[in-house]
Design a protein around this ligand. Structure first.
Ligand SMILES: O=P(O)(O)OC[C@H]1O[C@H](OP(=O)(O)OP(=O)(O)O)[C@H](O)[C@@H]1O
Ligand SMILES: O=C(O)c1cc(=O)[nH]c(=O)[nH]1
Ligand SMILES: [Mg+2]
Length: 195
């Protein structure tokens, strides 16, 4: 799937939002990719994740396990795993704790796993996901996402592939451009805002 087709799916799903958003990293942005508008439509999710699975197979070879950071990664992780013929597991946070594998999930010795994210902005969530897997015996061969909005600068710790790479501006709270400072901010994601 070409990058323009991916963006067309986001546009048609109403997933390209403009406003003032506080992102998972704490950065602020005038653009938010509301992936849940995609994941609430199974046919659209299937098309995108089939393309992601093809890109993963081509770049990383055979994959046994897809592991995703909750909440946003769970649906694309499952759907991408379905196309790869792989198992789908996820890491999640208990309040105040870092990501961890729970529910009996594991990456056993001899298996090859890929991290599947929905959106990468700074790479923080994918890095934290990778860090939570350090005690697993299998190999994490790479990471993949639908859209990398970091301009390719997000460092994960393993190679990252994306269906589309965009460079969308994001700002620290104390360096907002006037057009963002003028409107109230909303925080769409599930990471707790640091107090
Ligand atoms: O690359 P980053 O700077 O980490 O930003 C991207 C992350 O932000 C969102 O998750 P969020 O923590 O908002 O929660 P969600 O998965 O529940 O949407 C998104 O799902 C990615 O995981
Ligand atoms: O950085 C984020 O938190 C983020 C950005 C974005 O565009 N979409 C999303 O779901 N999360
Ligand atoms: Mg997330």
């Amino acid at each position: 799937m070409m990058p323009e087709q991916v963006l067309e799916e986001f546009r048609n799903a109403g997933a390209l939002l403009e406003g003032h958003f506080i992102l998972s990293s704490g950065l602020h942005s005038g653009v938010f990719l509301q992936k849940m508008a995609i994941f609430s439509e199974p046919p659209r999710t299937e098309r995108l994740c089939r393309a992601l699975a093809e890109a993963i197979r081509e770049r990383f070879g055979p994959v046994d396990i897809v592991v995703s950071p909750a909440i946003g990664g769970i649906v694309p992780g499952y759907e991408t795993a379905r196309h790869l013929g792989a198992r789908a597991i996820f890491v999640e946070r208990e309040p105040g704790k870092p990501f961890q594998l729970r529910r009996g999930f594991a990456i056993p010795k001899g298996t090859r796993a890929v991290i599947v994210e929905d959106i990468v902005t700074t790479g923080l969530s994918a890095r934290e996901c990778l860090a939570s897997l350090q005690d697993q015996d299998g190999e994490i061969v790479g990471a993949a996402c639908l859209i990398d909005r970091s301009g390719g600068r997000g460092e994960i710790g393993v190679p990252l592939l994306s269906l589309v790479t965009l460079d969308i501006p994001a700002y620290p709270a104390d360096a907002l451009p006037p057009e963002l400072a003028a409107i109230p901010a909303v925080k769409p994601g599930s990471r707790a805002i640091p107090v």
